[in-house]
Design a binder for this molecule. Structure first.
Ligand code: SF4
Ligand code: SF4
Length: 173
């Protein structure tokens, strides 16, 4: 049930992103990894999001999983490079399973407007000139909805500590 609810939410984020970017030369693309290299904090997700990410993680080759786990164990202070980023090509290793924040970033804005991609920000005048006004998603409302539906967030170090390699699926599901 949670899994379906999460995908409904992900589909809504994707629809919002598509409606903003369709017909515009939106800068988000594979290999543009600035957002993944400079996280404001170590990833911290609801359990439902972790279960999705974990399905992607467990599908990776063992050596890659070991590399990711090693990065998690060495995470330092912000800005944080996401352990799931493949730094050789700037791509996300769990892209199809990535969490809500990775799907909304660049297309949603918070009330404080203090965590918004500087590349998108710089491109906005040209993007806005390319069509109707852009309707951004509301990041605060999205985070409220995640918390309401899926509960508190779990930090990446705690998630990895609780899930040793070799598990068949997240939380036995
Ligand atoms: S949010 Fe910014 S850094 Fe991330 S893919 Fe889009 S343009 Fe690139
Ligand atoms: S999970 Fe993937 S998309 Fe999200 S920050 Fe990490 S590398 Fe980037």
């Amino acid at each position: 049930m949670e899994r379906e609810a999460l995908h409904v939410l992900y589909d809504a984020i994707e629809a919002r992103a598509r409606s903003a970017s369709d017909g515009r030369d939106w800068p988000c693309r594979r290999g543009c990894d600035g957002c993944c290299r400079r996280l404001g904090e170590a990833p911290s997700l609801t359990r439902a999001e972790w279960q999705a990410v974990w399905r992607g993680h467990l599908a990776l080759p063992p050596a890659v999983r070991a590399e990711i786990r090693n990065k998690v164990e060495r995470l330092g202070a912000a800005p944080v490079e996401c352990p799931f980023l493949d730094t050789s090509d700037g791509a996300c290793r769990v892209y199809a399973h990535r969490p809500a924040a990775c799907r909304s970033y660049g297309f949603y804005r918070g009330r404080a407007h203090d965590a918004f991609c500087t590349i998108v920000e710089a491109a906005l005048p040209a993007l806005e000139a390319a069509g109707d006004p852009i309707v951004f998603g509301n990041q605060d409302a999205l985070e409220d909805e995640l918390a309401r539906r899926f509960g508190p967030r779990v930090g990446i170090a705690d998630w990895f500590a609780a899930h040793p390699e070799g598990e068949v699926s997240a939380d036995g599901r």
